[in-house]
Design a protein around this ligand. Sequence first.
Ligand code: IMP
Ligand code: MG
Length: 194
Amino acid sequence: MNDIVVEVIDGEEVRSRVLELGKEVAAAYADTTPLLIGVLSGSVPFMADLSRAMDVDVEMDFIALSRFGQGGQVRFVLDTSKPLDGRDVLIVEDIIDTGLTLQTMIRTFLAREARSVRTVTLLNKASRRIVDVPVDFRGFDVGDEFLIGYGLDWRGRYRNLSSVWAVLDVDALESRHAEVDRELFAPVGDNLRT
Ligand code: IMP
Ligand code: MG
């Protein structure tokens, strides 16, 4: 235990909810092969587990985005490699926060004449929303704490944790991260079990 990070969703809870979500999402695509578009890098663990929990065939693609400017403008750093016209697109996100990223993606994919654009997110931070965006499938509603693990990063790190943790003190994480890492990644091997 420490006063810097606290586990909010353990690995077993994540695993069982992702299995349920996979079934729920697959049922919506019984008659079509959806194109899952994952947002790099945060969606990678979720994409891998969710897609394997779906009992329908899927295709996968990835995009990378970066935010710039005061107004929260979003730029594509890496774009899809497949044409989207006529496709049933499912955007796969780790977390939806302000909704600005998702709004840009939905508009862009509809403009490319996708037949449908839906969204699945592991985590939903509804209290932080700036723009109203539809979220079709969600794993967990969370508060407004800064979270790490299962795709979510702090400065590019901690994405490979199997559970989700809240950072209670970001400054302390910076100055005492070696100590925190011992708890997050210990005992060695445990992270791979769930
Ligand atoms: P937004 O919905 O456009 O504000 O942005 C969502 C993106 O912000 C996510 O895909 C994450 O990359 C990042 N993000 C939002 N909240 C958190 C968090 O608590 N921890 C880590 N990344 C976050
Ligand atoms: Mg992200």
